[in-house]
Design a protein around this ligand. Structure first.
Ligand code: GLA
Length: 521
């Protein structure tokens, strides 16, 4: 008996030795809403090193890299697959994120890397077990979808959709009230009059499923039907967001296995637009083009059969040459890139460098989407926002504003509602601009570029752009655009006719700025 007691004590000691420091399972609530979305840290500390993994509701787990403990502070990194990149290029480098946490009493307080809206938030982890965590379970076998019936065109988005989306400014904080406020503003601040129609709720409206599998909204959106009625009452349309996977990118409930049911629910609520974001579908489906296509076609078909006309926006960051099949799965638009952020570097990289090979896929009913607008969110100058708007209009991109209209300045409103720029975006011919100087699809290592797109009336929209650090003279040669002789030129930002020009047009363009013109037939 004594011997047994001795053994038990020795075992307990061994366990305690293993369970030193931070070892164990830690859990934190991820969002300041009443739902229990948890982030889990499974940690094993040995001396100054910590190993283990991080689990988010939308992932099958990320191993911790380079975990170190110094006093009360712990730091580690995770890596997840990169997104986007020009079509046909090798997969982008993985995205590495470094996390820092501090042990405060019995809580582990982790500072989250800067999120949308420039906020850094802290997650407070509580230890729920001191046992040495089990190794990360291998991901379940992926589903291989091998075929699908092409989804007929729904007749929508004959020109690129225009509206607003909650993500760039509000991210996980968006509420029913914010959406109503945006609809109120749009109806009265010139946005609706300029053509912005869709008011789109992005991620984080979802709660869970009821006993019959129906998707339920969380407390931020108490009544989706009432919200749709309200938005419709303003002469606007309401959009929503989901994922073909079991979880959205922010770890909320996705549509996996409930595609037809969700589409019917959206129709019953009065939803007019769906953004369908790949996210955790990569943990469920095989990483093949056909599996991805078939997963998107499921929802495309479901929307078509839902009894309501719903714009279908694919969001899979441009993978698997989406331009070649986006329309075939019922898509009206498809993201071509990873996420935009409110910085010149991000915007210009997406706008200038990642669209050229894809121009041929754009046309009435089906558009390339270089991501939503950041205009007015504060991270760029007005000159840079003007370039952002001009480039998106030249690219025939969806124009989804991402700012808060309650605090919009007149100069930002003027950029977003420039009718002459919008007319280019919405041109019925639907031809996306290409870079005519320097021509070709290779990345331009120089500072100056000229982009052009033909318009339905026989004219051309032309952008003269300057990446450089100083004002520079940029010249658009008619021969580069493919026209000859003398043509009238109109400045689409100054709203002024500049006269007729033979062979070329030049302008001094400020650093990061644009001269956007229309060259008449
Ligand atoms: C992805 C998308 C973003 C946004 C978030 C929401 O990152 O690319 O546009 O929808 O998910 O979680």
């Amino acid at each position: 008996m004594r011997w047994l007691r001795f053994c038990a004590a020795a075992l307990a000691c061994a366990a305690a030795a293993n369970a030193q420091g931070l070892t164990g399972r830690w859990e934190a609530r991820m969002y300041p809403v009443d739902e229990a979305r948890k982030m889990v840290l499974a940690l094993t500390q040995q001396g100054g090193k910590v190993t283990g993994y991080m689990l988010q509701p939308n992932s099958s787990g990320f191993p911790l890299l380079e975990g170190t403990v110094t006093g009360n502070a712990v730091t580690f990194a995770t890596e997840r697959p990169g997104r986007g990149g020009p079509a046909g290029s090798p997969p982008p480098a993985p995205i590495r994120t470094t996390y820092n946490a501090v042990l405060q009493g019995d809580k582990l307080v982790m500072t989250m890397p800067a999120g949308r809206g420039g906020t850094t938030s802290q997650l407070e982890f509580t230890r729920v077990s001191t046992e040495v965590p089990k190794p990360l379970a291998p991901p379940p076998a992926r589903i291989a979808l091998t075929d699908y019936k092409p989804v007929p065109y729904n007749g929508l988005a004959k020109t690129p959709p225009m509206g607003w989306n909650s993500w760039n400014k509000f991210a996980g904080r968006v509420t029913d009230k914010d959406v109503r406020d945006m609809a109120d503003s749009m109806a009265s601040n010139g946005m609706k009059a300029a053509g912005y129609l869709y008011v789109n709720i992005d991620d984080t409206w979802e709660l869970d499923r009821d006993g019959n599998g129906n998707i339920r909204t969380n407390s931020k959106f108490p009544n989706m039907k009432a919200l749709a009625d309200y938005v419709h009452g303003k002469g606007l349309k309401l959009g929503i967001y989901s994922s073909p996977g079991p979880f959205t990118c922010a770890g909320y409930e996705g549509s996996f296995g409930h595609e037809a049911q969700d589409a019917k629910q959206y129709a019953a609520w009065g939803i007019d637009y769906l953004k369908y974001d790949w996210c955790s579908a990569s943990n469920v489906y095989e990483n093949t083009s056909i599996s991805m296509q078939a997963a998107y076609a499921k929802m495309g078909d479901a929307l078509l059969k839902s009894g309501r006309k719903i714009v279908y926006s694919l969001c899979q960051y441009g993978q698997q040459n989406v331009g070649e099949w986006g329309a075939k799965v019922g898509g009206n638009l498809w993201r071509t890139t990873g996420d935009i952020s409110d910085r010149w570097q991000s915007m210009s990289n997406l706008g200038f460098n990642q669209q050229l090979e894809r121009a041929k896929f754009a046309g009435p009913g089906h558009w390339n989407d270089p991501d939503m607008l950041e205009i007015g969110n504060g991270g760029m100058t007005d000159t840079e926002y003007q370039t952002h708007m001009s480039l998106w209009c030249l690219l025939a991109a969806p124009l989804l504003a991402g700012n808060d209209f309650r605090t919009m300045t007149p100069s930002i409103a003027a950029i977003l509602t420039n009718r002459e720029a919008i007319a280019v975006d919405q041109d019925k011919l639907g031809k996306q601009a290409v870079r005519v100087s320097p021509a070709g699809t290779a990345r331009n290592e120089g500072d100056l570029e000229v982009w052009a797109r033909p318009l339905a009336d026989g004219g051309y929209a032309v952008g003269l752009l300057n990446h450089g650090a100083a004002t520079a003279k940029v010249t658009a040669k008619w021969s580069d655009i493919g026209i000859k002789g003398s043509h009238k030129v109109r400045d689409l930002w100054a709203h002024a006719d500049r006269g007729a020009f033979a062979d070329e047009f030049s302008a001094d363009v400020p650093s990061h700025g644009v001269m956007m013109i229309k060259v008449a037939k």
